[in-house]
Design a protein. Sequence first.
Length: 378
Amino acid sequence: MLKRSLAIFACATALTAPALAQTYETEAGSVTLTPVVEGLETPWGLVFLDDGSMLVTQRSGSLVHVSAEGEISEPIVGTPEVDFRGQGGLLDIALDPDFASNRMIYLSFAEPGEDDTNSTAVARGVLNEDMTEISELEVIFSQQPKLPSTLHFGSRLTFDNDGYLFITTGERSDAEFRVQAQDLDSHLGKVIRIMPDGTVPDDNPFVDTEGALPEIWSYGHRNMQGAALHPDSGQLWVAEHGPRGGDELNKIVEGGNFGWPLLTEGTEYSGDPIDPPAELPAELVEAERTWSPSPAPSGLAFYTGDMFPDWQGDGFMGALAGTDLIRIDMDGETVVGDEFLFGDDFPHRIRDVVQGPDGALYLVTDGEVAQILRLSAE
């Protein structure tokens, strides 16, 4: 994983200056990391369109269209009002499974409430052909309760192979609130499963449970900022922030309790232990992988392309505190190891990871002046 060479490459970016491409040695051989878009402001989520262009959310509240040549549009009109404080703002984006015919997009965001409160919400609307305006915007999910916090919104969006929409939520961080991750009458710290219009599927696990919110698919989560379907099983996996240590990769089980804040391998940020109660629930779902110290996981993707044949089926997870891209070595659905690809001197916090139509991996960096980086075997 040592840095081997440094070269100057002209690339298609929003800037006219040439971009620096860096070569890294990995267990699968040499890979090249090239900036292909520059000048984004606090980007959070990315989706590709059929023509190779991209839609990118920026936490300040704007959605932009980035051409295949790397040109960044003016903000698209019609995005929802967001609470852009702390970790909040405009967050993830997903395309409707029938986007080619209905032009529907889905946006997650920190939704303002009364008296300085907010919560994670999801809205959908129709994007026009010119990529300039969203119409018919409607909120289809609004996390309850709203709370006075600017932390832990979770907020990844993933459609499964049957067209259901999964939404990850955070438990809003504060010790007073986080206990609700165990409560089925609260959306805090949950994976949510809904229909594209926001209605609840009849086969959700808690539909017939008295007092439970029927949208809940799993619970006991802290702050999930990565989500992806496994390419073989179609099962949802999530990357989840632990406290101080104890970051997790979880395979989501219908109706499963993932333990937070009852059980964790991490500690409080103060260093104080988080001791489990004397009696734990009978069945807690164990993480597939944990990390201590915390790399602070973000976007998650499973690789299915041809550019990196040795990596097919592996997971890729961005790291914010760890400033790296982590390859999760998979044998089917079993995690057998991991590889931090770029090393300790890599300067970028990685916010999102997306496989492009060309088989390369595209990494969204975090910050007020951010980039999209292309990881290739070229």
